[in-house]
Write a protein that binds this ligand. Structure first.
Ligand SMILES: Cc1ncc(COP(=O)(O)O)c(C=O)c1O
Length: 396
């Protein structure tokens, strides 16, 4: 087998994968980090005194530090916990939130949300009886600054999985919501790579990530303001979270915003150590890809696909501007049938509503769509192949 360089992807040459918004492929360095754990120090973290366990702790702590550095946030103010994915993270926060203690009496989300925040805010409204409002995002992805954000918890994405639209005025919105006495929880699932610049120094109350959409193994992360833990009634609980347990009680390790083990508040039971270690490698990979122009190149491919699809008569493109995530439908061919036709040419795209049923089906009333989402493994040849096949299918 060929020796793959650190930043290369192990993709068969005839496979044209365009579903990175769901999960990205993993570069060799990330796979190597996982393998290293399994082959050389496969053991438990945070509980053991032997040297393999110490190495796990060092590497896991390293990933926590790297994520905060990536976001340019201070460990004095924020902490990182690992979880399963963005959906899990949002649910862990919202299902344990004590709204009275947090001073919250309204729940806000937006129209273009993935079911992940969309349904989790619905569940919060059901549990608490608080009203839930759906704000219409501007065409460029921003939120209105003059909306009434008082005593509200705002749960929204930073980048959309439909058309890559970004919350362009994120920093301003965080300031406005905080000034109005509200809280901001961000769905960063699509934002880690292509909206990194927006996330830097963003002082939201909590942010949820999916590492599998950011070149890492399947994993989620919550980045949270330390003093936010005062608003949580911990109910998802078990091993690894307590300093002591008596017959009918326990002492949480995350007993105060200053606790050394504050991250344990969301980390019940043994953690996926190999995946956490891999995430540290993936963050390095993303930073290298920013520096060496690979992310800029991927965005250029997005411009090229945007212009190409915009030029096809029988294609309706949802994007109002270029992005690495593009959604469209053909006027004369069902989206699922088109995805099957593309698959016969080894082109892997998504079809349907991409877990955004409310916006795409109920608000816009659209037929099932096709989504092309680019990743750092994509080459100019992938893009050309897609264009050639799409041109043939659309009769151009
Ligand atoms: C914008 C957005 N939010 C949330 C999610 C949910 O991510 P996960 O399935 O990893 O929890 C996705 C997944 O596609 C997404 O694109």
């Amino acid at each position: 087998m060929k020796d793959f360089m650190n930043d290369e992807f192990l993709v068969p040459e005839d496979a044209h994968y365009f579903d990175s918004a769901c999960q990205t492929l993993r570069p060799a360095s990330v796979l190597a980090a996982m393998r290293d754990y399994y082959e050389n120090f496969n053991s438990c973290g945070e509980r053991v005194k032997y040297k393999w366990g110490q190495k796990v702790d060092e590497k896991v702590d390293g990933t926590r530090e790297k994520l905060l550095e990536f976001l340019e946030l201070s460990p004095k103010k924020y902490f990182v916990s690992f979880t399963q994915n963005t959906t899990y993270g949002l649910n862990l926060i919202l299902s344990q939130l004590n709204v009275a203690r947090a001073g919250i009496s309204r729940i806000l989300t937006s129209d273009i949300e993935h079911n992940s925040p969309f349904l989790a805010t619905m569940a919060l409204a059901k549990r608490t009886g608080l009203p839930r409002e759906i704000i219409t995002r501007e065409d460029d992805g921003s939120l209105p600054v003059n909306y009434d954000y008082s005593a509200a918890i705002l749960v929204v994405n930073v980048a959309s999985n439909i058309d890559g639209r970004k919350l362009k005025n994120l920093h301003e919105i965080v300031r406005v919501v905080h000034k109005a006495g509200g809280l901001v929880i961000l769905d960063c699932a699509q934002a880690t790579v292509t909206a990194h610049e927006l996330l830097r120094k963003c002082e939201a109350d909590a942010m949820c990530f999916s590492a599998h959409k950011a070149y890492s193994a399947s994993l989620g992360a919550i980045v949270m303001r330390r003093d936010f833990i005062r608003f949580l009634d911990t109910s998802f609980i078990g091993g690894g979270m307590v300093d002591d347990a008596s017959r009918d009680g326990y002492v949480l390790s995350a007993s105060s915003p200053k606790s050394e083990h504050i991250h344990t508040i969301f980390e019940a039971g043994l953690q996926p150590y190999a995946e956490i270690i891999a995430f540290g490698e993936a963050l390095d990979f993303i930073l290298r890809s920013e520096k060496n122009g690979k992310i800029a190149q991927m965005k250029e491919f997005g411009v090229s696909v945007f212009e190409f699809l915009g030029g096809l008569d029988n294609v309706v493109l949802l994007n109002s501007e270029p992005a690495t995530v593009l959604a469209f439908y053909m006027k004369n061919l069902d989206g699922h049938l088109l995805a099957e036709a593309l698959n016969r040419e080894n082109i892997m795209v998504r079809s349907g509503y991409f877990c955004c049923h409310y916006y795409l089906s109920h608000v816009l009333g659209l037929p099932p769509l096709v989504r092309v989402s680019l990743g750092l493994h994509n080459s100019a040849a992938d893009v050309e192949h897609f264009k050639k096949v799409m041109a043939k299918v659309s009769g151009k």
